[in-house]
Design a binder for this molecule. Structure first.
Ligand SMILES: [Fe+2]
Ligand SMILES: [Fe+2]
Length: 364
């Protein structure tokens, strides 16, 4: 791989990089309380899925959010690293983002989905995935992005992950296009959910949660102009393999392949994104959540394929550790992906509860 001289971080020099850390919110990590404190974390028994607000929630006011800049010690990173802005420009993500935002606004106002707009968007994304290296797409998805862009980014990210999944499975271009379309449309029903529920920076009440759960049915109802394959992909993206999902409580192969793939993409993107009520998890922590969901809620075989490919994509990539040091991810155990093995200053170290991977490294 060509070394980007702008991104080659020199060793032995002063600290001059920074990373944005959000503090003051009851984050997912703080729910697991224990990072750097010597205390053992407690695993949450909740299911992890986007859109149903079963993510660990914030209990403090967002007024407590505090953004700090942390200095990152410099080390040699003989890998190419781009900024989020560069990645968005070179992959066409910025254009797709604007168009997706417009389509989502149109859905909110007209209570209908323009088939032509969605087809155009799906074609753009499908073509982009075909010509863009998958590691670039994953860098985009794994990057810390503004909370207020969450819905359009989530739709695009799930569609891109779906597209990559289609490539990994060797599906035809038509199937990949349709998978991308399901990713774009899976949460379109959220346009019918009241914004005070959709954007609540706190745990939803049980009645609010029941309203939120209606979004997958709303998606199905909004997509009357689309094929049943697309509609069912959207309707069933919160179903579980064990039948404990919603809205139809179907299980195993009664859930379509497109819906089973979208469920994994959905959970992964929800985990690595920051929201008003939670901070972003590292990809390794997200994979750990998915590992715990496999066989119960997610398709075991598809999760295996996801892990295999994610491992290949994340291996040898720079990561920001909890002490601010940037290292290179060298290895992780599929059964314990949360604590990868990281190379720092030539030393190979297994991360742990005290020294863990906070995020992927990306240029400011
Ligand atoms: Fe979603
Ligand atoms: Fe959803």
């Amino acid at each position: 791989m060509a070394v980007n001289s702008r991104s080659l971080i020199r060793s032995g020099t002063e600290l001059n990089k920074s990373v944005t850390i959000i503090q003051g919110i009851r984050t997912v990590d703080s729910l697991y309380s224990g990072y750097g404190t010597g205390k053992k974390r407690q695993e949450s028994p909740r299911s992890y899925s986007d859109g149903n607000n079963t993510l660990p929630e914030a209990t403090q006011s967002n007024n407590n959010l505090k953004v700090i800049k942390r200095k990152i010690p410099l080390i040699d990173l003989p890998v190419e690293v781009e900024s989020l802005q560069d990645l968005e420009e070179t992959t066409g993500y910025d254009t797709v983002k604007k168009d997706t935002n417009k389509v989502l606004n149109d859905i909110s106002q007209t209570k209908s989905v323009s088939k032509q707009s969605m087809r155009t968007l799906s074609s753009m994304i499908t073509n982009q995935i075909e010509v863009t290296h998958s590691s670039k797409i994953l860098s985009l998805i794994n990057a810390l992005a503004p909370v207020d862009e969450y819905l359009q980014r989530h739709c695009i990210n799930v569609s891109m992950l779906n597209g990559l999944f289609g490539q990994w499975l060797g599906l035809s271009k038509v199937d990949i296009y349709n998978l991308v379309l399901v990713g774009l449309l899976h949460d379109c029903g959220k346009a019918l959910i009241p914004s005070k529920i959709l954007q609540a920076p706190r745990k939803l009440t049980s009645s609010e949660y029941e309203i939120m759960k209606m979004h997958s049915l709303h998606s199905y109802e909004l997509l009357t102009d689309f094929s049943e394959t697309i509609r069912r992909g959207a309707r069933h993206h919160h179903e579980s393999i064990n039948g404990a999902g919603y809205p139809d409580c179907i299980m195993d192969f009664d859930i379509s392949l497109f819906a089973r793939i979208s469920s994994i993409s959905d959970v992964y993107d929800a985990m690595v994104s920051q929201r008003s009520y939670k901070k972003a998890l590292s990809p390794f922590h997200a994979l750990d959540v998915i590992e715990k969901c496999r066989k119960k809620t997610l398709d075991n075989v598809l999760v295996e394929i996801f892990f295999m490919n994610m491992f290949r994509e994340l291996k040898n990539k720079p990561v920001v550790m909890s002490d601010g040091i940037v290292g290179i991810m060298r290895d992780f155990d599929y059964k314990d992906p949360k604590y990868p093995t990281v190379e720092v200053h030539g030393k190979i170290i297994k991360s742990n509860e005290e020294w863990y991977c906070e995020s992927m490294y990306i240029e400011d």
